[in-house]
Design a protein around this ligand. Structure first.
Ligand code: PRX
Length: 655
């Protein structure tokens, strides 16, 4: 067991009970345990009650849960009908039209504006009408490739209003990556912007879309929001300006009721193979997971200002910028910029300016901002904060403690939330006021999540505490992904078949002496860079496109700021020395996948470690880049052990 295990649980934070803020929804560990027990032992009673409390149904459900992991046919509230935007927008716009739905903080500080629920409803309806005028009907797929602006959320909601399936592609992805996703989802329309702005830099968003569309025959129309107003390429027979099209339509569009099991969105994520997976989420169960976790994990109450800094191109943006906060009628901050623009006070100034009550970001940002020094924090008033969250990768105790002390001023609760694109919402997380926290542990399972640790080899459940293995979930939960678009077999093979009867998360984990979970990181060929999942195979495929590259192998190297960094090894086809090869390869990966996949280390070697049958042994590369060359383990399968010394030396001088 590692040393973190001995840290004792901190008492529940006093600020939540001092009378100055609303009492938490779950007030004690006993209450959590009682509710948790019910959610596992009587899931139908528990989730039926929750679904009636949190969601407005246009046709009530009579069935709560059905299907099994074995059959891969999980469904929740299947005969119920609802409309997502009715739940997220209309009901608040009718009850309290002037309530703020979004606070938009633009790239330049002080710019941006506030969106009331009334305005949001009207704009969503106009865009829905535009989409309907394109001939789109329930079940069609729309790709969204936009900067972090309120219109990106409007685009998502406008799709949901008509029962269209959106697939948001992070606007930092390359034309090639965008095209791959648009083709896979067979999207008929793309919603985009002329350009994006991030940290004062202009991103040529529409030009990237145009490049992608050269290979996307399914796309009939491109709806373009004017963000910067600069001159852009425009094809009038295909492209439509958002402001012109919306002006033609009335600000109301009836919401289309859909089945709880109708798809709401596809979101592409990296897997062990090169091809990204279109993870499919449905309407009812997903919304319930989003709503319940915003309420319980972040202890959101009326009047709170919720800020999640994730881009809507990731699941965190879907669930915790858009669907979760809006489903509770909260105010959500949409942040277009980066944490260091114009200086490293940006996040904390945001908290001060908008009196943010819940702040949710990634460990990478916390580590990077910590490094900038405390003066950037000390100059800001952070007294409005109650809950501060972390997501995307393990948070090391040093970063946790800085976050707790400096940002939380030792009176906020830190919630280290563990979940995945596939889980839809938090699965292991503290609940403020109820679950005492430990720096570095995501603590205990959320309602309905029967978490277990399995022996990776035998698949046996490791019972009791003080055990390590792989993380799995034994229960069905409402917001779990239902399939991978067009490839249900891959869904079964990846998540449900490795350990029959369980959902396999792909992460190593341990459960300490107090029953707390500690996530240890991926056990597959996925690496986590700044909380973003990258497939090593995808980067390898990009590298191999270079005419001089013979073979490539990519592994994650430990990195102080980004958690892991991409470390690429290549062998070349001939001896011709090309001094520029490293720069060319980095540029190639950026072009093929996007800047987020930039290799930090690129190492040209003569040979890669292989088995006798020619398979690259990535385990050896991982150990060497982690500085653990003295712990390489069993090398009996290595075909040529003499290459090791050279490899180790090469890595030493390169990293
Ligand atoms: O390895 C885990 C890590 O991120 C993976 C999921 O990535 P993605 O689907 O992109 O979703 C990111 C945002 C939910 C997981 O398999 N991960 C996520 N949260 C944590 C984490 N690892 C440790 N602690 C966390 N809190």
């Amino acid at each position: 067991m590692s040393t973190e295990q001995s840290i004792s649980a901190l008492p529940p934070n006093h600020r939540l009970f001092d009378g100055s803020v609303p009492k938490p929804w779950v007030e004690s560990l006993e209450q959590y345990q009682e509710l948790y027990k019910e959610s596992i032992e009587q899931p139908e009673t528990f989730f039926s009650r929750m679904a009636l409390k949190h969601i407005s149904w246009s046709r009530p459900f009579t069935r709560v849960k059905q299907g099994s992991f074995e059959a891969g046919d999980v469904a929740w509230f299947a005969d119920g009908e609802l409309n997502i935007t009715y739940n997220c927008v209309d009901r608040w716009a009718y009850a309290d039209p002037d309530r703020i739905a979004f606070i938009y903080e633009a790239d330049e500080p002080g710019q941006g504006d506030k969106w009331t629920y009334r305005r949001l409803l009207q704009e969503v309806c106009r865009v829905s009408n535009v989409l309907a005028s394109f001939g789109l009907r329930k079940g069609d797929t729309v790709a969204i490739y936009m900067p972090m602006i309120p219109e990106a959320a409007v685009a998502m909601l406008a799709c949901a209003r008509l029962g269209l399936v959106h697939t948001v592609v992070f606007a930092g992805f390359s034309a090639h990556s965008l095209a791959e996703r648009v083709q896979d989802a067979a999207s008929r329309v793309i919603i985009t912007a002329d350009e994006g702005l991030r940290g004062g830099r202009v991103i040529r968003t529409k030009a990237i879309v145009d490049e992608a569309l050269a290979t996307c025959p399914t796309v009939e129309r491109v709806l373009v929001f004017r963000r910067t107003g600069n001159e852009i390429p425009f094809n009038p027979s295909r492209d439509v300006w958002w402001h012109e099209a919306t002006a033609k339509h009335r600000p109301y569009c009836p919401p289309v009721p859909v089945s709880a099991e109708d798809p709401l969105f596809l979101l592409y994520t990296s897997g062990s193979t090169g091809k990204p997976k279109g993870v499919l989420h449905t309407s009812g169960g997903y919304l319930l997971g989003a709503s319940m976790t915003v309420k319980y994990t972040f202890d959101v109450h009326d009047g709170d200002i919720f800020c999640c800094t994730a881009d809507i191109g990731w699941i965190t943006g879907h669930t915790y910028v858009v669907y979760g906060p809006l489903s509770l009628g909260s105010t959500s901050v949409i942040f277009e910029s980066i944490p260091t623009y114009p200086n490293p006070s940006r996040y904390w100034k945001l908290v001060e300016d908008y009196k943010i009550t819940q702040f949710y970001t990634a460990p990478t940002a916390i580590r990077a901002l910590r490094r900038q020094g405390d003066s950037w924090v000390d100059s800001c008033d952070l007294s409005s904060l109650r809950i501060i969250g972390s997501v995307g990768e393990p948070i090391n105790p040093e970063a946790w403690n800085w976050y707790y002390k400096k940002i939380g001023r030792e009176h906020c609760v830190v919630v280290d939330t563990y979940w995945q694109t596939e889980t839809g919402s938090h699965v292991i997380t503290p609940i403020p006021g109820a679950i005492p926290t430990k720096p570095g542990s995501a603590t205990l399972p959320f309602f309905g999540i029967d978490a277990v640790i399995l022996d990776p080899v035998t698949g046996e459940e490791l019972k009791g505490n003080d055990v390590s293995g792989v993380l799995a979930i034994r229960s069905l939960w409402p917001s779990m992904a239902r399939t991978i678009a067009g490839d249900h077999k891959r869904f079964l093979d990846t998540y449900l078949r490795p350990y029959p009867g369980y959902y396999f998360a792909g992460d190593g984990a341990s459960r300490d002496k107090d029953g707390y979970y500690w996530i240890r990181g991926r056990v597959d060929d996925v690496i986590n860079v700044s909380g973003h999942r990258m497939s090593t195979a995808e980067v390898e495929s990009a590298l191999i496109l270079h005419p001089q590259v013979a073979e490539s192998a990519v592994v994650g190297a430990p990195d102080e700021i980004t958690g892991q960094a991409i470390c690429a090894f290549v062998t070349l086809k001939d001896e011709v020395v090309n001094d520029n090869i490293n720069a060319e390869l980095v540029a190639l990966v950026r072009k093929e996948i996007g800047p987020i996949a930039t290799p930090k280390h690129l190492i040209v070697v003569n040979e890669l470690p292989k088995t006798r049958s020619g398979k690259i042994i990535r385990r050896i590369l991982r150990k060497v880049v982690a500085g653990e060359a003295d712990q390489l383990g069993d090398l009996s399968t290595l075909s040529d052990p003499t290459i090791l010394d050279i490899l180790i030396k090469k890595v030493e001088v390169s990293i």
